[in-house]
Write a protein that binds this ligand. Structure first.
Ligand code: F6P
Length: 412
């Protein structure tokens, strides 16, 4: 159903509001809907560059000057959204914490003849929240602080918001979303809302703009055909990492997700160095399959010294679990959890890069493809190519791209 709609994001800082807002905005836009996001944080950073508006005290409810400034920013965005909708816009997304009833009433009064839909984001996953806070502490607005000071300041800011948080109760249309699990926890809709079914779909579906899935470069263990361990890249592996860095130099990669192992970090570092601003986030969920008692052995050694392992694994590779280690089947849950973290932490940026391992990357790729489980442990995962994955309501693309050739395109 066509029409005009105001979406109001609600939630404490770092709960995934902007990520959800961007996901909604971008996907509705792909559907041909005129949509625009009005983000108070971005406007604040533009208007009041410098330390002042990023300090925790700026957000204190008892700081009259800060409060006035924040309300001014909110009114400016509300006005801009009104103009946008009056000039043909269809969906305006007001992206801010909007935690007080007073603020929400002001918004409602500004759009007396339009339906409003409040989307409140929560995230009950402590680990993902912590990782998000750490990521936020590295943002430009905290660059004058040490990482510890930045984190402390951000936590203080959150506590100020917590102290004034008022639950949604009088708002007619509201959805409570778990932004980490991409699921709707509660909803109350009291009128027919335009685009509502689509919005529900988008909130609960994973959309992947450009995911670059890279396997680490060659390691000393790879040379000897040894599995597991934490070995470093060989000279050839470093060349591969530099090749990737050249290849991606014209493609903006704001974050690279790796495992905790040195080989993924050594592959990611040259890529990050060639970028304007790029952070590397290591996730234990992307560590390679743990081969238990076989860690550090070659496949040949396993065949000779533990023939029962080779015999049992061969016909049932997906379900086989190494003694004292893992199997593809037991990695599934953690790898999916890692992916959720990636989508939560990357701020719905267009481009995401994951530098992983052979088995882990197979699991990641398999989570997007409908493959029989028996096929998954045999998915081709070379070290001189990467997978480029795109999934949105209009396309599903999986391309294997050699990175010594020219970059794919510079439009990203
Ligand atoms: O050889 C590299 C490696 O990443 C090992 O660490 C890991 O055990 C193996 O590949 C996974 O591949 P497969 O399941 O085919 O043995």
């Amino acid at each position: 159903m066509k029409g005009k709609l105001v979406i109001v994001m609600v939630g404490l800082p770092a709960r995934g509001k902007s990520t959800m807002g961007r996901k909604l905005g971008r996907t509705l836009e792909l559907d041909g809907i005129q949509v625009r996001i009005f983000n108070n944080g971005e406007l604040r950073r533009k208007m009041e560059a410098g330390e002042n508006s990023s300090s925790a005290e700026f957000f204190s409810p008892t700081n009259a000057r800060g409060k006035e400034m924040r309300e001014f920013i909110s009114r400016t965005n509300i006005e801009a959204a009104r103009t946008f909708l009056a000039e043909g816009g269809e969906v305006a997304i007001l992206d801010a914490s909007n935690v007080t009833r007073q603020r929400r009433r002001t918004i409602a009064e500004a759009f007396p003849y339009l339906p409003l839909c409040y989307i409140e984001c929560v995230n009950a996953d402590e680990e993902a929240l912590e990782a998000n806070l750490e990521r936020k502490a590295t943002l430009k607005e905290f660059c004058h602080l040490s990482p510890e000071q930045a984190l402390e300041s951000f936590l203080k800011r959150i506590s100020y918001y917590e102290s004034i948080y008022e639950p949604l109760d009088e708002e007619a249309n509201r959805i409570l979303v778990d932004s980490f699990d991409n699921c709707i926890l509660q909803e109350q809709i009291s009128e027919v809302l335009p685009y509502y079914d689509r919005i529900r779909d988008i909130l609960t579906t994973r959309v992947v703009r450009n995911l670059f899935l890279v396997r680490h470069g060659e390691t000393w263990y790879n040379l000897e055909d040894r599995i597991g361990g934490d070995s470093e890249l060989t000279e050839k592996g470093r060349e591969q990492a530099n090749g990737l860095a050249d290849h991606f130099a014209t493609i903006r990669i704001p974050t690279i997700f790796t495992s905790n192992y040195v080989r993924t970090r050594q592959t990611a570092e040259p890529i990050a160095e060639r970028q304007n601003q790029c952070s590397i986030i290591a996730l234990p969920e992307f560590n390679e399959i743990h081969a238990g008692v076989c860690e550090g052995m070659t496949y040949e050694e396993i065949r000779h010294t533990m023939p029962h392992v080779a015999k049992a694994r061969g016909p049932n590779k997906y379900r086989y679990i190494y003694p004292e280690g893992e199997g593809y089947i037991t990695m599934e849950e953690r790898v999916h959890r890692g992916l959720k973290k990636v989508f939560f932490l990357n701020n719905y940026d267009e481009n995401i890069m994951i530098v992983g391992h052979r088995a882990v990357n197979r699991m990641i790729l398999a989570s997007f493809l409908s493959r029989q489980e028996a096929e998954i442990p045999y998915i081709y995962m070379p070290q001189d190519r990467y997978y480029h994955i795109q999934i949105d309501p209009h396309k599903r693309i999986f391309e294997l791209i050699p990175y010594k050739s020219n970059p794919v395109a510079t439009k990203w």
